[in-house]
Design a protein around this ligand. Structure first.
Ligand SMILES: C[S@@+](CC[C@H](N)C(=O)[O-])C[C@H]1O[C@@H](n2cnc3c(N)ncnc32)[C@H](O)[C@@H]1O
Length: 485
């Protein structure tokens, strides 16, 4: 069987890239060189239709080099890496020639192993035009990302369990664990306002060392409070440290069905754990089903949108990271007749989590800003802040969904997250511009990337164009000074 791998490269880079492609094809495929085309219509390209398992998230895209990648945090290894799938056209917007050659060679090798006789067709393009339709089309290659089932905290728990067992709670930080503070205070205001008055059953999901579970047991002595965590080691420490008549801990994986009767749980609390549920929508539906009529779910965790914001343009193609997708939790809450209130929590914010963290012009201002707000409690939602607190209950004040980045179409959602920069404080604007340019430099993006942005994120072009025009041309890390709103 003959199959074609069609790759479109910037015409101005033909001489630089062609030798790498020739090398990739050597002994693997016949190489064909097309005449350059003046204007490449993105709508004519064969695309990947990418979805996230257990989520409504989706994006339709050609295989954009160097943006489509599978090596991000918290993904299950795929049986076939996305670039080895037959079908999608490749579009080059930057990156290093040798990296491109390596991926093309792997893609051709995979086809040969599949009994094909591939042809590599190279077409230089001078410019790009949009739009890039997002509705799945016949002939698309489907690709689903799945969250990993690995518990990334387990090595930390395993390595420190002996030390933790030997130390009192106030000295747990000596075990070298980053999260040893009791963050139950973040729930105080929401509990006072929204929790059922006399809860009988309370769960803390992904309770870790159990400090928050303990604080909930003290706050609600009439309730049975259960801390659940996949790590037997963390549970052993929690069970030893905190002993109260109404408190118990269990080693349980919350990606599997939980053993509680539907409609029996008054309060579910979780901090920095629910993003690990493999099937987000499935878990959200399950948890809302466990709640009593006036039950409350409080979920405090890192927000995907902050990665879309700070890690742009790495975040142009879904997914950039695998935190929760707000849309899944809003949807499941709505289905169960509950309102959702969202707040942002700056705690935990810091350059460390974002791609440009090695660049001092990015990390210094971002860290200074994060330090200044580290002790702020929940406040108004902003997509650049690293953590969210979601409160779901009938009594919660429904946040106006039209003001939030809830689109399941990734590009639409990304566009609204990026556009929020014009409403951001000046320090955020400055740091964002520096971060975006650093990221673009890391990716080695070419000026053709700007045309791609205008085609796929037309609603953000007025915001992004000046940044990337100046940044890519200057080659600097300093970026612009801000936006006027
Ligand atoms: C970042 S820690 C947060 C711990 C605690 N809630 C806190 O805020 O200090 C995430 C916790 O989730 C747990 N976890 C991860 N995946 C899980 C799963 N599938 N089921 C239950 N717990 C899980 C980990 O073992 C870890 O203790």
């Amino acid at each position: 069987m003959d199959t074609e791998l069609d790759i479109f490269i910037p015409a101005a880079r033909t001489a630089g890239l062609y030798p790498y492609l020739e090398q990739a094809a050597l002994g693997r495929a016949k190489i064909l060189r097309n005449r350059p085309i003046v204007s490449l219509d993105l709508a004519s390209l064969r695309c990947l239709s990418i979805t996230m398992h257990g989520s409504g998230e989706h994006v339709r895209t050609p295989l954009v080099f160097p943006l489509v990648r599978t090596d991000s945090f918290n993904f299950a290894p795929q049986c076939r890496a996305v670039h080895t799938l037959p079908g999608p056209d490749w579009l080059v917007l930057g990156g290093k020639g040798d990296d491109l050659g390596r991926l093309v060679a792997q893609a051709l090798k995979a086809r040969r192993e599949n009994g094909e006789r591939p042809v590599l067709r190279v077409t230089p393009y001078a410019s790009l035009t949009g739009p890039l339709p997002q509705e799945p089309a016949e002939g698309d290659t489907r690709f689903t990302f799945r969250k990993s089932s690995e518990n990334f905290n387990q090595p930390a728990w395993q390595n420190s369990v002996e030390k933790l067992l030997a130390l009192p709670e106030e000295r747990w930080h000596e075990a070298g664990i980053s999260n040893t503070a009791d963050q139950a205070f973040l729930f105080d205001e929401a509990l006072t306002r929204l929790a059922p008055s006399t809860p009988r059953l309370i769960l803390d999901l992904g309770c870790g060392l159990g400090q928050i579970t303990r604080t909930l047991a003290l706050r609600y002595p009439q309730a049975q409070v259960v801390g659940l965590d996949a790590s037997a080691e963390a549970i052993a420490v929690a069970a030893r440290a905190f002993q109260l008549p109404n408190l118990r801990f269990d080693a349980v994986d919350f990606s599997r069905p939980l053993c509680f009767a539907p409609g029996s749980v008054d309060l579910i609390a979780s901090t920095n754990a629910l993003p690990y549920a493999q099937d987000q929508l499935g878990s959200a539906r399950e948890l809302f089903g466990l709640l009593t009529q006036d039950g409350l779910l409080l979920n405090h965790c890192r927000a995907e949108e902050s990665h879309l914001f700070w890690d742009f343009p790495f975040s142009l193609v879904l997914p950039s990271n695998t935190q929760i997708f707000l849309s899944d939790w809003f949807l499941a809450a709505r289905e169960s007749g509950r309102n959702t209130e969202i707040s942002s929590v700056p705690l935990g914010m810091g350059a460390f989590y974002f791609r440009a963290n090695q660049a001092r012009p990015f990390s210094v201002p971002l860290d200074a800003m994060a330090d200044a707000h580290r002790h702020d409690g929940p406040g108004p939602y902003a997509p650049w802040l690293s953590h969210v607190l979601l409160a779901h209950s009938k009594k919660a004040r429904q946040t106006d969904e039209a003001t939030l980045p809830l689109a399941q179409n990734h590009l639409e959602r990304l566009s609204s997250v990026l556009n929020a920069v014009v409403r951001a404080p000046r320090e955020i604007q400055g740091a964002a511009v520096v971060g975006w340019i650093c990221n673009a430099k890391m990716l080695g993006l070419l000026p053709e990337f700007l045309e791609y942005l205008e085609a796929v994120l037309p609603g953000s072009a007025p915001v992004l164009k000046p940044v990337f025009e100046a940044g890519l041309a200057k080659g600097g890390e300093e970026g612009g000074s801000g936006y006027s709103s």
